[in-house]
Design a protein around this ligand. Structure first.
Ligand code: UDX
Length: 471
């Protein structure tokens, strides 16, 4: 992470950091978990596969992770993690050293002798919003040739309802009297940035399947890694598949709602944070996941929302809420761009805008479906020049936003700018020398789409400040 200049006198801090202390605890107690002898093959070394493989190895299992990208597999085998994920690199290296974790490109050669095969390949959106199951289906076809009775296939990839049934048919159709291979659905609920923490402290573990022995095996494999007891929900494959979509669509809806509420608060001169914190006191609502922002993004929520809508259509259900959530999220992006236009006086043409934050949320380098990127594209379309900084996403930004001048520091992104817009809630931005940055700007104006900073302090530093749903 970049070394940002910090001026304690101008700190404009709101909120607190995540579960960092717990992750440090885990790393310093790395040798606690005894090996349990279960052999697991994780297919797919992306974000979910990698966290799962490393977490299971840390829990004491012997894990082989199959990643078909040769370079990526070689890097991982050498202990190099390309993604920005708290604690992951350290745990991966520790388990490589203990020989509990290996990486390979060879799927067929890795399956034999494994107790459990975990599929965690990507299921991106197709053009019409459905989940693209091509990589998943290819894996199932490969497995059908290599699996033996007694092995369990676990689906961790997010897949439409009835995919486990389809996978089971494909796996078992040519088995000529050999015992069937059970398929267990085990959706993940890992948040990027705190995925290692989430792996060891799940709010629930969902295990779906119709073979009780296979289900129990999967439950035991996960139980070994728990730092404290977690509810384990045992259900059918279809219910497990639905729980994943239902959760993510609900989370997307909650964010769309709070963002829409912030627009109404703006119009009525009401502080949205006062409203949301009072709402959160009701246990039926709860305090989490009510932070205003430029909209939801990332590799899961938008994709799962699309797949949910497409899946409902396929079974003849005409939805009202989920499509509206998509629409509301787009409007929020427009609203942020509109606030930037308003703060510079109504016309973005030839205006220089400093952007802080490009990843879809803090604590990750991931720019997949990043609301920041969507806002930047809107600013560019209105004729603005954009100069941007992110503490972790610069490499991705170089690839995805060639039209943007990327800066080495937040201060550089502000230099000469007509306005700054904060798009990602990196806590580092709270610690910047805002008074100094204001002096570098052509005009000290700030749009804070995450309500990250204190308006009072920024105004004291001479800024014209606009947040979201603030008085
Ligand atoms: C999400 C789910 O939380 C996780 O359970 C699932 O397995 C994968 O998808 P993730 O994509 O890592 O995890 O991000 P999350 O922390 O849920 O945030 C999603 C988006 O919503 C981000 O763009 C974030 O900035 C935004 N968000 C989240 C808000 O705008 N306000 C909030 O209060 C929370």
């Amino acid at each position: 992470m970049k070394d940002l200049s910090v001026d304690p006198a101008s700190q404009a801090v709101r909120g607190t950091l995540t579960e960092t202390a717990e992750i440090s605890w885990l790393i310093s107690h790395q040798n606690v978990a005894p090996p349990t002898g279960v052999k697991v093959c994780v297919i797919g070394g992306g974000f979910v596969g990698l966290v799962t493989a490393t977490g299971l190895a840390q829990a004491g299992h012997s894990v082989t992770c199959v990643e078909k990208d040769k370079q990526k597999a070689a890097d991982l085998a050498a202990g190099k993690v390309a993604i920005f994920e708290q604690g992951l690199s350290e745990l991966l290296q520790a388990n490589l050293q203990r020989d509990r974790l290996t990486f390979t490109t060879d799927l067929a050669g890795s399956v034999s002798g494994q107790d459990m095969i975990v599929i965690s390949v990507g299921t991106p959106s197709t053009d019409d919003g459905q989940a693209d199951l091509s990589a998943f289906t290819e894996v199932i076809r490969d497995l059908a040739r290599s699996l033996r009775s007694g092995q369990v296939v676990t689906i961790k990839s997010t897949v439409p309802v009835c995919t486990a049934l389809f996978a089971s048919q494909l796996l078992n159709e040519g088995r000529n009297g050999q015992g069937p291979i059970p398929v267990v659905s085990n959706p993940e609920f890992l948040r990027e940035g705190t995925a290692v923490y989430d792996f060891f402290h799940p709010r629930r573990i969902v295990v779906g399947g119709n073979d009780p022995i296979a289900v129990e095996k999967v439950v035991q494999v996960y139980r070994a890694g728990l730092s404290r007891p977690a509810p384990i929900v045992v259900t059918s494959n279809e219910t497990a598949e639905m729980i994943k979509y239902a959760s993510n669509v609900y989370l997307a809806m909650r964010i769309a709602y709070i963002n829409e509420l912030s627009a109404v608060c703006d119009a009525l001169d009401i502080e949205v944070a006062d409203v949301s914190s009072a709402m959160g006191l009701d246990p039926r609502i709860g305090p989490d996941y009510l932070d205003v922002g430029p909209g939801f993004g990332g590799s899961c929520l938008p994709k799962d929302l699309n797949a949910f809508v497409a899946g409902a259509q396929r079974v003849g259900v005409n939805l009202a809420i989920a499509p509206a959530v998509r629409e509301a999220n787009e409007r929020q992006l427009d609203r942020v761009a509109e606030k930037v236009r308003a703060i510079v006086g109504g016309d973005l043409k030839d205006m220089r805008i400093g952007v802080l934050g490009l990843s879809f949320k803090a604590q990750t380098q991931d720019m997949r479906d990043s609301p920041s990127m969507a806002v930047v594209l809107r600013l560019l379309a209105h004729g603005a020049t954009v100069q941007a900084f992110d503490p972790a996403a610069m490499e991705e930004a170089r690839r995805l936003l060639p039209q943007v001048r990327l800066c080495a520091t937040a201060a550089e992104a502000g230099a000469g700018a007509d306005a700054i817009v904060i798009l990602t809630e990196w806590p580092e931005f709270q610690l910047l020398d805002w008074a100094g940055i204001g002096r570098l700007m052509r005009s000290a104006r700030l749009v804070d789409s995450r309500n990250l900073l204190s308006p009072e302090i920024l105004r004291r530093h001479g800024f014209e400040y606009i947040g979201m749903g603030q008085k």
